[in-house]
Design a protein. Structure first.
Length: 359
């Protein structure tokens, strides 16, 4: 996506001084000056949620780059999709003196006590990708996950002509992302494509489980014509199952099963080009890192934000009192860049996509 400044556009409710964001000498929480009189770099703690997917490994690569651009020091941990480990990691980061914490809890219900502890210590928190079911944070940096489900529904609904069978390989309904994508996909199908039967299968974001569920549904429904996998975690297994059943064929073949993913990793873009899958929604790993650290530093500097439009093609909404969410842009990506069911898409080789710019 095109380069953007680390600033928010002035909204009706954000003062001009806040629009300057991280400019100047920092704010009240910027820390004391060093020997040269320059403000000390804020130390931010970042817990990586996992390192077993291409998407999160890409995010991990972008974090130190973004910290360098912002002039922030970071200390990092990895909770490996375990909320108990996340809790311990956060305590360790606090013990190391971090001024703010960035985390991406995969269990959005169980993270509430950790958020409460950090709030009690007056350490601001920015959540990435997921929104807590309870508890406060300085900001949530996320895309509109309901739009993910809507875009997948519109694409498959149009490609199938409103008829047939599709399977939805759900992530985890303990996660707000899994719930949002599932609910939106089901609601869109029911309202716009009632002739399509949806098989919803929970997978706990586990690729092996997703492959097994797809195989089982295909055995009972050999006329299945669509797959919506809520993340690229299911990509390899899905393609393997389709290949085993002689269904991994070009889009113009009558046996082709239309596949839509979510993430926008480089491999998905390559698979769209090859005709193995048909679409994805590009979840911005680069912007997650960039704006998570931006907001964490802004919090340490004493800045605040209000709902409204930003200068980076997103919108800050108030989820509930005490919780704001910056919903970043996440476009539908297809082979042809056409519009499906009123949803515009971007071609898989578009250079604005982070998946085409990852070195």
């Amino acid at each position: 996506m095109r380069p953007r400044r680390f600033a928010l556009a002035v909204t009706l409710t954000v003062s001009a001084s806040l629009a300057a964001a991280c400019g100047g000498d920092g704010g009240a929480g910027a820390g004391g000056g060093g020997a040269s009189g320059a403000p000390a770099k804020p130390v931010l703690g970042v817990d990586y949620p996992r390192s077993d997917t291409d998407f999160w490994n890409s995010y991990i690569k972008y974090v130190p780059q973004s910290a360098g651009e912002l002039g922030a020091d970071i200390k990092t941990t990895n909770s490996q999709n375990d909320v108990a480990t996340l809790t311990a990691n956060v305590q360790s980061l606090v013990g190391q003196g971090v001024r703010g914490v960035v985390m991406a809890p995969q269990d959005t219900a169980a993270v509430a006590p950790t958020l409460q502890q950090l709030e009690g210590k007056k350490i601001p928190v920015v959540l990435v990708d997921t929104r807590p079911d309870q508890g406060n944070a300085f900001m949530v940096v996320r895309a509109d996950n309901r739009a993910y489900g809507e875009k997948a529904c519109r694409y498959l609904g149009e490609k199938l002509g409103g008829k047939g069978k599709v399977i939805m390989l759900q992530g985890d309904l303990a996660s707000i992302n899994g719930r949002d994508r599932t609910e939106a996909f089901n609601e869109c199908m029911k309202q716009n494509y009632p002739g399509i039967k949806v098989f919803g299968e929970a997978t706990n974001w586990d690729g092996a489980v997703a492959a097994q569920k797809l195989s089982t549904v295909l055995t009972a429904n050999p006329d299945l014509k669509g797959v919506y996998m809520q993340s690229s975690f299911a990509l390899a297994g899905t393609l393997q199952v389709l290949k085993q059943r002689d269904l991994l064929v070009p889009p113009d073949d009558a046996k082709h099963v239309f596949v839509v993913s979510n993430d926008g990793i480089p491999q998905e873009l390559k698979d769209i080009a090859a005709g193995n899958i048909d679409a994805t929604v590009s979840q911005p790993a680069d912007l997650y890192a960039k704006y998570a650290l931006f907001y964490a530093k802004a919090a340490v500097d004493g800045k605040t934000f209000q709902p409204g439009k930003t200068d980076h093609d997103s919108n800050i909404i108030q989820v509930r009192p005490g919780l704001l969410e910056d919903q970043l842009s996440a476009p539908l990506v297809t082979a042809d860049g056409a519009t499906y069911g009123g949803i515009p898409s971007v071609k898989h080789d578009d250079k604005s996509l982070w998946g085409n710019n990852l070195n």
